[in-house]
Design a protein around this ligand. Structure first.
Ligand code: PHE
Length: 339
């Protein structure tokens, strides 16, 4: 066969299935392919034609390879409907999500209290007056009930409002359970505040309650010291300053030694060496009685903290609004966080 004949055969060949493709391969590209005869014949070609002859045979070979590849690709695509994938290729980049910083802090705090026997309790965000205020010893004219602080939903005999703290959940626990009670109540709470870097109309709390016989203020202090050292490090100190809450007596604000400057004084602790992190106190006997617990037999302590404040200290986030804006540039920074 000469070049022209082979070229014509090659052009008209149309491998349409595996079998005809294999025949095509053997004829034009296999170890005994027809082109080899053409290459072998080069020695009989006159010298001045050798070059153009060689180029023509090479072109035929390339055309054969090209046709073979085209037909093969077409066959695999048509037959299976999907392209054969290169399994050795590195996989596409998968986007990994991150836990929200407040979720990270919440689970860390809950696990610290779970280790000393606290159980988790949750309750509704829409609360009645009894659970949010009255059972907690708020006098009827107490300013915290004022429209300034509380989002009321329904005025009347049984007022409904968005809960202003998760102490309301603890009232529900006390009503339903016999002491000893060790419960920790995480959740979102609402207050009627103008939104700024330092205040928001909602935030998140974790409140704790412990009720048993002979619970003392020393137990409260020791529990809070354990908590602070677990969360902020073994060198952390706490101090309690007298304060006031309707539902605890005595009441205190809890400060931790500044973790940023080791209490030497910095901008964050306003050069005091201390950072305020929560409120606490001994449960007022009126609260125990309101929830059906005998205050002559039982006593207890309670504490409550804002998660945003703790996250601010742990992650140095100074603008509260960042927590609820869902800005990916902010959220992505917590990928390495634990949960
Ligand atoms: N419920 C209080 C608040 O929301 C916090 C607190 C809880 C204080 C328990 C003392 C004891 O501010």
């Amino acid at each position: 066969m000469n070049i022209e004949q082979l070229a014509a055969e090659l052009e008209s060949a149309a491998p349409h299935d595996e079998q005809s493709l294999e025949q095509f391969r053997i004829r034009f590209l296999g170890s005994k392919n027809v082109l080899k005869d053409l290459y072998a014949a080069i020695k009989d070609i006159p010298n001045e034609q050798k070059r153009s002859y060689g180029l023509q045979v090479n072109a035929l070979k390339e055309r054969a390879e090209q046709k073979f590849l085209e037909a093969k690709t077409k066959l695999t695509t048509v037959n299976t409907g999907i392209k054969k994938e290169d399994l050795s290729k590195p996989s596409a980049d998968t986007k990994v999500g991150a836990h929200h910083p407040l979720s990270l802090i919440r689970s860390e705090i809950l696990s610290i209290f779970k280790r000393i026997g606290f159980e988790i309790s949750e309750g509704p965000e829409i609360e009645d007056d009894w659970h949010n205020f009255s059972a907690l010893n708020f006098p009827p004219e107490h300013p915290a009930r004022d429209m300034q602080d509380t989002f009321f939903i329904e005025k009347g005999t049984n007022e409904l409002a968005l809960r202003t703290h998760t102490s309301s959940v603890q009232v529900r626990v006390m009503e339903q359970q016999e002491p000893p009670i060790r419960t920790i109540s995480p959740g979102r709470v609402y207050r009627n505040e103008a939104i700024s870097a330092r205040a928001h109309c909602f935030f998140h709390q974790v409140e704790g309650l412990y009720i048993d016989q002979d619970v003392s203020f020393a137990d409260l202090k020791q529990t809070l010291l354990y908590f602070a050292q677990e969360l902020f490090g073994a060198q952390t100190q706490i101090r309690l300053r007298p304060s006031y809450f309707p539902f605890t007596e005595p009441s205190a604000e809890v400060d931790i030694s500044c973790t940023l400057c080791a209490s030497k004084g910095c901008n964050v602790c306003k050069h005091t060496g201390w950072l305020e992190i929560m409120g606490c106190g001994m449960v007022d006997p009126n609260v125990l009685e309101a929830c059906g617990i005998d205050s002559k037999v039982y006593s207890g302590f309670a504490f409550g903290m804002g998660l945003e404040r703790i996250a601010q200290l742990k992650f140095r986030v100074t603008d509260l609004r960042l927590y609820s804006e869902n800005d990916m540039r902010f959220l992505r920074q917590f990928k390495s966080g634990m949960a």
